[in-house]
Design a protein around this ligand. Structure first.
Ligand code: ATP
Ligand code: MG
Length: 308
């Protein structure tokens, strides 16, 4: 549905002739009905990718196709498939109501917004009661939902959402997850950028992690979680003072002690290494009380791919 091939974009550093690569040779494909999450620290290049996909930024090189149409060469055909909620709160006209914004943006995209369609969209985002309120009178979270409503009013198959849960309270962020799930059920294909690991864990099908313009991993979310779960173990060991010294000498560190029982978390490069670890403890006379696989959260995965 969305193809990004060898995308490169550099910007001049402000007040200098030096250029920085905001996006450095990034490629990915998004399948129909997929929720594809772009993650990465500040400045990693996520917004630049989203703006390139919706034609607001012209790449230095590379190709972007939406349903087979090139954003650069067949701009209007390609862009007719996309609607976007960009970073910040400038997606709507503040002096118009939610419904007026929906009608206006659908209208300029050549789409007719029927009353029943508008009601359906307002109910998806939970804004039935605010439909006629002016945007500037709404809270930040409600404005964000209104921006999604406008996006849906444009009735495109592909939605681009740049940090949709930024600044939302816990309840609204949770609500947002079910909104995204229902959009997927409706057949939408979604490219979203976010710092919200809970959102990624809850809704993403595939995840691409960016760092300094480069894509460091692009994988199915569940696979990433499985890889990390398979490698992270929590061990409980019986250790007297001597065995604790031996453990230290072997390079183990950072355990939690409860008398002679210590709890140690270990990340192994592969699950086969568990046998070596058990051998090491046996040779050093360290008694194992239990071994458990540690459940990983996405934050850990993110940090492990983005640390220097
Ligand atoms: N218009 C611009 N002019 C100059 N440099 C820019 C411009 N837009 C982005 N950059 C630079 O490009 C790099 C990538 O920025 P981008 O906004 O794409 O990152 P991001 O991953 O969206 O970050 P954040 O998580 O903070 O939103 C950064 O180093 C940024 O300073
Ligand atoms: Mg950004």
């Amino acid at each position: 549905m969305v193809e990004v091939l060898n995308l490169v974009k550099s910007y001049f550093k402000r007040g200098s002739k030096e250029k920085i690569k905001a996006v450095d040779n990034v490629s990915f494909n998004i399948k129909p009905r997929e929720i594809f999450a772009l993650l990465g620290p500040n400045g990693a290049g996520k917004t630049t990718i989203i703006k390139s996909v919706c034609g607001l930024v012209i790449p230095d090189s590379g190709e972007i196709r939406i349903k087979g149409h090139s954003v650069l060469k067949e701009r209007s055909k390609a862009l007719s498939q996309i609607s976007a909620v960009l970073e910040g709160n400038r997606n709507l006209y503040w002096r118009m109501s939610v419904l007026e914004n929906m009608r206006y943006f659908a209208g300029i995209r050549g789409k007719k917004l029927t009353k029943s369609k508008a009601l359906e969209i307002l109910s998806i985002v939970g804004l039935e009661e605010q439909a006629n309120q002016l945007v500037h009178s709404l809270s930040r979270g409600t404005q964000q939902k209104a921006a999604i409503a406008v996006c849906l009013a444009c009735d495109t198959e592909v939605l681009l959402l740049d940090e949709p849960t930024l600044g939302l309270d816990v309840h609204s962020a949770v609500e947002f997850r079910s909104i995204l799930r229902s959009l997927k059920e409706q057949g939408k294909t979604i490219l979203l950028s976010t710092h919200d690991m809970n959102l990624v864990e809850a809704v993403a099908d595939r995840v691409a992690i960016m760092n300094k313009g480069k894509m460091v991993i692009c994988e199915e979310k569940q696979k990433l979680v499985d890889i990390f779960t398979a490698r992270t173990y929590r061990l409980k060991l019986f250790c007297d003072n001597e065995s604790k010294q031996r453990l230290k000498a072997l390079g183990f560190d950072g355990w939690i002690e409860d008398g002679n029982l210590i709890e140690l978390q270990i990340n192994l490069p592969s699950s086969r290494k568990l046998y070596d670890l058990i051998d090491t403890f046996r040779l050093n006379n360290i008694e194992i009380e239990s071994i458990e696989k540690e459940m990983v959260n996405f934050e850990k995965i993110f940090i492990s791919y983005t640390r220097e």
